[in-house]
Design a protein around this ligand. Structure first.
Ligand code: SF4
Length: 306
């Protein structure tokens, strides 16, 4: 009988991992080491709790996920020749939001933290005002409007099925001796060129360009395409603003340096690099109370301060 493969916590790098590392070392430890294995029924109580907290979402995060899922559903409908309908899409996002809200309020996540929404606002009794909820609704509906009105959507509709390269596919590639996880929102080939899109529901941010540069590095390796033939777009749906980013050698080189430095800093805090092991004491907390930044937004508050 074939031996069961061991599911090991191997070192890998992602943009969100770097973000956690720079926000608070303790948060990083909880997210990538302390919560590991917390999905197992026989895991210790702390790991289970950290796993559950690590899966927590927030209202803006939930809105972003719902919009991404709806854009993906719409594009797949287009791909297979089905009708895509903006009215239906708007109904869908509201329906899914209400379902997720109910899951969170009823604590359905207790038995299924991976698939059932657990909102920060519910968990920490921060009842959102009606105004906040209306803003979230507007963000989702405006983003759907923004997607259907976008040049990107019009362009994609003219493409055939055979030109599709990726849609929300999780994949990895190697950089600086580490596995690097990427999930491209959408990529398509047109002639010799490869077009890569990242849908955004948040504010315009310059650092998003680094993420696109990472996608360009991936595309270079995955589809063997020259940098000059890659077109990168951050599409800010809520603001109806497409931002075209040129994958210049300078941008790609600075992204590589950024990743390498980040990986080196993370590995410096490992006690056993080969087996990706470390100890909690190497990861200090960043705040002194739950009201201070970044603790006031952090899902691990209850472990640090209760
Ligand atoms: S609550 Fe504050 S100190 Fe604790 S993990 Fe989060 S950010 Fe770090």
């Amino acid at each position: 009988m074939a031996e069961k493969k061991e599911f090991k916590n191997r070192f890998s790098w992602s943009f969100s991992r770097d973000n956690a590392f720079n926000t608070c070392k303790r948060k990083y430890y909880y997210s990538y080491y302390g919560s590991w294995g917390g999905w197992n029924k026989d895991a210790d109580e702390l790991s289970k709790k950290l796993y559950l907290l690590n899966k927590m979402s927030s209202l803006p995060m939930l809105a972003g996920t719902i919009v991404h899922d709806e854009v993906e559903r719409t594009l797949k409908a287009v791909r297979y020749g089905r009708n895509a309908d903006i009215v239906k899409s708007k109904e869908n996002v509201i329906k899914v939001f209400k379902q997720s809200w109910a899951h969170s309020k009823n604590k359905d996540w207790k038995d299924n933290p991976k698939w059932k929404t657990n909102l920060f606002e519910h968990f920490y009794n921060q009842k959102p005002t009606d105004e906040v909820l209306l803003d979230i609704r507007d963000l989702m509906l405006n983003s759907i409007d923004g997607f259907f009105a976008s040049d990107s959507y019009r362009f994609i509709q003219t493409m055939s099925d055979s030109q599709w390269l990726a849609i929300e596919d999780l994949d990895s590639f190697e950089v600086h001796g580490a596995k690097l996880w990427v999930k491209l929102d959408f990529a398509i080939r047109h002639g010799e060129r490869v077009y890569i899109y990242d849908w955004k529901t948040g504010k315009v941010a310059k650092e998003n360009e680094v993420q696109l540069a990472i996608y360009a590095l991936y595309a270079q390796q995955k589809w063997n395409v020259d940098l000059k033939l890659i077109r990168l777009f951050d599409v800010y749906l809520n603001q109806q603003l497409p931002v075209k980013v040129k994958p210049t050698n300078r941008l790609i080189d600075s992204a590589k340096v950024f990743i390498e430095k980040s990986i080196d800093s993370m590995k410096e805090l490992l006690t056993d690099v080969e087996n990706n092991k470390t100890e909690i004491d190497l990861f200090p907390v960043v705040g002194e109370d739950r009201e201070s930044y970044p603790c006031s937004y952090c899902s691990f508050q209850t472990v640090c301060f209760d």
